[in-house]
Design a protein around this ligand. Structure first.
Ligand code: UD1
Length: 359
């Protein structure tokens, strides 16, 4: 085995988690290699994040692209096996819960390469979500488990994880947010998108909300109801774009559909929003730290700390308008305790452990 740390990233939510870890390992002079799987390939879903977050250009892009779960995962496995066989890294670092994460963990474990999972231990207990399967399998194969919140430590302990592999380190996605806070300028993005000063932001892409036409119609009518009193901006993920359009998203008065935004513009928009309606995982955490009310269109969350400590509420489509009205009336109180260790130092803690493991 070499001494190199090999990071595997591939989809949009990986990039803001990897940036602080790579930078902290760089400061410790640890040799690193960045492999982009190519799961996300549109410039607006990938390149813009590398530029804005100061991520090093990937050493290699496997160009795996889109496909069914089996086809995409198969392409990820073969591409990553070639890469890891050639490089024999000391540790493969994988992020979050996307298909690239699962594939990298499986390939590394079978090649006897240690797997470090950043954002380990999250559980929605909802087996219908592909991400829940990815998380469980990845955690079971990992030798270093970097956990963002205390309930994640409890889940892993209950599943029999080796206690010496568990590290409660905080949240590297929040490191990135705090490091860039000064760059989030709501006025600038609202001017560019010609939005009113008061608005809501919505992002939707989960299969449960966009694949089934009746679910997509329910979501669109919820946004249309909110938009009757407050403009709703929807930076639209490519997944589900067609389904939400078929469900009438473009025709709803007060709904502004825009292309996916880069990191700085998107967080600028969120920072200035009265509220957020989403099915994203990361946005539940970002709104908690930015103190922006968040209505999550899901029956469960793997991030319950955003409900107990933050601004997050789980809602069904039929409840969105009422909940939004209550927030706008000022009738909803949220706790304002920052989750423990969400302090901008998670990347440094992770880098200390990894650097120690390969020293
Ligand atoms: C993936 C993750 C999801 C995460 C999301 C964030 C999995 C199983 N899902 O979902 O957990 O919340 O990323 O964005 O890994 N597409 C493009 N351009 C791209 C990438 C995708 O047009 O650059 C379109 C393609 O039609 C593709 C579809 O989006 O088939 C889905 O892409 P995929 O990577 O399979 O999953 P996401 O829905 O993006």
């Amino acid at each position: 085995m070499g001494h190199e740390i090999l990071h595997v990233v591939g989809a949009r939510p990986n990039f803001m988690k990897a940036a602080p870890v790579i930078s902290a390992l760089d400061q410790r002079h640890v040799p690193q290699r960045v492999v982009h799987t190519g799961q996300h390939y549109d410039p607006a879903m990938s390149d813009v994040f590398f530029v804005e977050l100061g991520l090093p250009e990937p050493d290699v892009n496997l160009g795996v692209g889109s496909g069914s779960h089996a086809r995409q995962t198969a392409a990820l496995l073969t591409g990553l096996e070639d890469e890891l066989t050639e490089r024999r890294p000391a540790v493969a670092v994988v992020y979050g819960d996307v298909n690239s994460t699962l594939a990298a963990a499986l390939v590394a474990a079978k090649l006897h390469v240690d797997v470090a999972h950043v954002e380990a231990g999250l559980r929605s207990f909802d087996p219908t979500m592909p991400e829940e399967i990815n998380r469980r399998v990845t955690d079971s194969l990992s030798t270093l488990l970097f956990v963002t919140s205390p309930e994640g430590m409890a889940h892993l302990a209950r599943e029999g994880a080796d206690p010496s592999a568990l590290y409660l380190v905080g949240n590297p996605m929040i490191d990135t947010l705090l490091a860039n806070l000064d760059r989030f300028d709501p006025a600038r993005i609202t001017t560019r998108l010609r939005l009113p000063a008061e608005y809501a932001v919505s992002t939707l892409h989960r299969p449960a909300n966009v694949d089934d036409p009746s679910a997509a119609r329910a979501v669109v009518s919820a946004l249309a109801e909110v938009a009757a009193t407050l403009a709703v901006v929807v930076p639209l993920h490519p997944r589900g774009r067609a389904a939400l359009r078929r469900a009438g998203l473009d025709d709803a008065a007060g709904v502004h559909v825009v292309d996916p935004l880069g990191y700085i513009e998107f967080l600028s928009l969120v920072r200035g929003a009265r509220l957020v309606v989403t099915d994203s995982g990361g946005l539940q955490e970002e709104t908690t730290v930015l103190d922006v009310p968040c209505l999550t269109l899901r029956p469960n969350t793997e991030r319950p700390i955003t409900v107990t400590h933050g601004t997050n509420r789980l809602v069904a489509a039929g409840e969105v308008a009422k909940q939004a009205a209550a927030i706008l009336d000022g009738g909803v109180r949220f706790p304002t305790v920052r989750p423990p260790l969400w302090d901008g130092r998670a990347g440094a803690r992770i880098a200390d452990v990894i650097a120690g493991a390969v020293a």
